[in-house]
Design a binder for this molecule. Structure first.
Ligand code: ADP
Length: 180
């Protein structure tokens, strides 16, 4: 793909990014090919309590996206459309994995359109290899000692270790050996 962005429009990609995954990164990279600037907006006041603090989620996203030159990472709270207006951005980017995402995304897009008809939501369909990938799945696999190297970049894995120690598989195995 060309290294030159194709429009002078700035887009906002909002989410919890708890943590950012390779699926999210792929969406940012593809949006960055189309828009002049992609603002990755990390939601601060998530109703479902995030595992990682907003500071850690910001750092994870910044490091993971260091190679995407026209991507910026920042935190936001409150109404997305207010944040969009404050940034003079008219495009919301969202990722779609499966039909299960659709209902929620459809409702949010219509709600945002109701609140701010000047703002459009653009959907980018995931790459098939990331269609199963979610932040919560990554955290579950990691906590039980599974390999997440194909799901998040190394910098994110390292920061995850600070908060979520991997499951002590060996201790459990020893304890559960039946005839020793
Ligand atoms: P939210 O809590 O707002 O859903 P997420 O961080 O879970 O925040 O997701 C942000 C956006 O990224 C959503 O549009 C979601 O559908 C999309 N997304 C999440 N994981 C993937 C993936 N593996 N591939 C493509 N899009 C994804």
């Amino acid at each position: 793909m060309s290294s030159k962005p194709k429009s002078n429009v700035s887009a906002v990609y909002p989410g919890s990014f708890d943590p950012i995954t390779n699926g999210h990164i792929c969406i940012v990279q593809r949006a960055a090919e189309v828009f002049e600037e992609v603002i990755v907006a990390v939601l601060m006041n998530v109703q479902k309590k995030p595992t990682f603090s907003v500071e850690v989620r910001l750092r994870m996203a910044e490091e993971a996206l260091a190679d995407v030159k026209n991507a910026r990472v920042c935190a936001f709270s409150g109404l997305l459309v207010n944040f969009m207006h404050s940034r003079n951005s008219k495009v919301i980017i969202r990722g779609l994995r499966a039909m299960s995402d659709f209902e929620y995304e459809f409702q949010m897009a219509l709600m945002n359109r109701q609140l701010a008809p000047d703002i459009e939501t653009f959907f980018i369909v995931t790459e098939p290899q990331y269609s199963y990938l979610s932040s919560s799945a990554v955290k579950n696999v990691f906590q039980f000692g599974g390999d997440i190297s194909s799901m998040v970049p190394e910098c994110v894995r390292n920061m995850m270790r600070g908060k979520l120690p991997e499951y002590p598989n060996k201790t459990i195995e020893n304890k559960t050996k039946p005839f020793e």
